[in-house]
Write a protein that binds this ligand. Structure first.
Ligand SMILES: NC(=O)c1ccc[n+]([C@@H]2O[C@H](COP(=O)([O-])OP(=O)(O)OC[C@H]3O[C@@H](n4cnc5c(N)ncnc54)[C@H](OP(=O)(O)O)[C@@H]3O)[C@@H](O)[C@H]2O)c1
Length: 369
């Protein structure tokens, strides 16, 4: 990457209301993918989510699943066999030393993302890192800085944003029929039958809590819909030890625009969003992952009870994400809006968490820089 192209500190999301709003770099799903040289992926850790992403890498155009590493060599070997990796490593560092690998996918618990993202960047690898980017904003900033310094792409693992349905929803929001956008409401939850043991989602030191795990999507969706950052936020949580088992957030974007977000580990599985303008509202009951991959849908509702269903099909969203990443790598140009978005989401989540802990409405600019 040329120095002139390097994003400034401001461009990657200074934690202030004056930071440039996120404008999603999409749709890119129809861009070219060079057939000659596949982009080779290595995976750190045999995580549950890695099974889906490995299948997506195998199915994506221009991508090759090359290697997996685990803390346990035998686990890596078995996983590689089962999921079609040519190489298995019993140590994450060995995978980073593999010169055939272009991209490292990091589905580790959030508190481990900074160390392994920074190591991967220092080894010259592009990084697709799972959400939340980190456990803290300070850690997320150091990841972004390391990737920028090494001239490698960083993107978080939020998938819905890459699906063509998202671009179609955005087009609706922008075409003027909605009138000014006023309100975003979004909930993401699931219910554990019983509280699990040794679960990083319930350990604050590991980056746990429903806000970072699930609310991350809802906060990102509100920023995506308004293309703005909140001016002030208020959070309230139901605590389980030092992590939130459920979280409710209120975000004021100014100019008569507000959002309400909810995340939880203790209630029915929901993954919906509503965006209301003065004239229309958009409802999507499964925006983070379609209930039916064959029929990703959303609805437009008016003030007189009329509604219209839209169905927007495409590849599975994890395939869309991998192909978008392949295009970025093949283009040889970095896209600073991806890490910028992650940093903005991380900053808002951190402020919401602080608000809930202090019981105070907090201005966004007051968050630690
Ligand atoms: N984008 C999405 O749709 C999506 C969906 C689900 C989860 N996620 C994110 O993906 C990440 C992983 O989530 P997951 O539920 O798939 O994780 P998981 O199944 O618990 O796996 C995490 C992996 O990390 C490795 N690891 C290394 N050090 C560890 C430690 N101290 N404790 C636990 N595991 C350790 C382990 O692999 P080895 O033992 O093989 O080294 C383990 O298999 C999280 O950031 C999560 O938020 C994203």
């Amino acid at each position: 990457m040329h120095a002139a192209e390097r994003p400034t500190e401001e461009a990657v999301g200074r934690n202030s209301p004056t930071a440039p709003p996120f404008v999603p770099p999409m749709p890119s799903s129809d861009g070219p993918i060079a057939p000659d040289r596949p982009v080779r992926f290595g995976i750190l850790g045999t995580a549950r989510i890695a099974v889906q992403v490995a299948a997506a890498i195998r199915g994506a155009r221009g991508a090759e699943l090359r290697a997996v590493a685990s803390r346990d060599a035998e686990r890596a070997r078995r996983w590689a066999e089962e999921h079609g990796c040519a190489v298995a490593y019993g140590d994450y560092r060995q995978l980073l030393q593999d010169e055939t690998i272009d991209v490292v996918y990091i589905p580790l618990p959030p508190a481990l993302h900074p160390e392994w993202t920074i190591r991967a960047a220092e080894a010259g690898k592009h990084v697709l890192c799972e959400k939340p980017l980190a456990a803290t904003l300070a850690d997320a900033r150091s990841m972004v800085a390391a990737c920028r310094g090494q001239g490698v792409q960083l993107m978080d693992g939020v998938m819905w944003i890459h699906h063509p349905r998202t671009a179609a929803m955005k087009q609706c929001l922008l075409n003027g029929d909605f009138g000014p956008l006023r309100r975003v409401t979004s909930a993401f939850s699931f219910c554990w039958p019983r509280i699990p043991e040794n679960e990083f989602r319930l350990q604050r030191a590991m980056g746990g809590g429903s806000l970072l795990d699930l609310g991350w999507y809802c906060v990102g969706a509100a920023i995506w819909a308004f293309e703005a950052l909140p001016e002030r936020v208020f959070g309230a949580a139901d605590w389980y030890g030092d992590v939130d088992l459920s979280f409710s957030g209120w975000l004021d974007f100014g100019d008569h625009r507000t959002a309400a977000i909810e995340s939880a580990f203790d209630r029915v599985r929901r993954r919906w969003i509503e965006v209301a303008g003065t004239q229309l509202s958009l409802v999507c009951d499964d925006y983070t992952r379609p209930w039916d991959d064959q029929r990703p849908r959303f609805w437009l509702h008016d003030s007189d009870g009329r509604s219209e269903e839209r169905v927007v099909t495409g590849p599975r969203q994890e395939v869309c994400m991998v192909e978008d990443f392949v295009r970025l790598v093949q283009s040889g140009r970095l896209e600073p809006r991806w890490p910028q978005w992650s940093l903005q989401v991380q900053a808002v989540c951190e402020l919401l968490d602080r608000s809930a802990r202090e019981g105070k409405l907090l201005p966004f600019a007051a968050s630690p820089a």
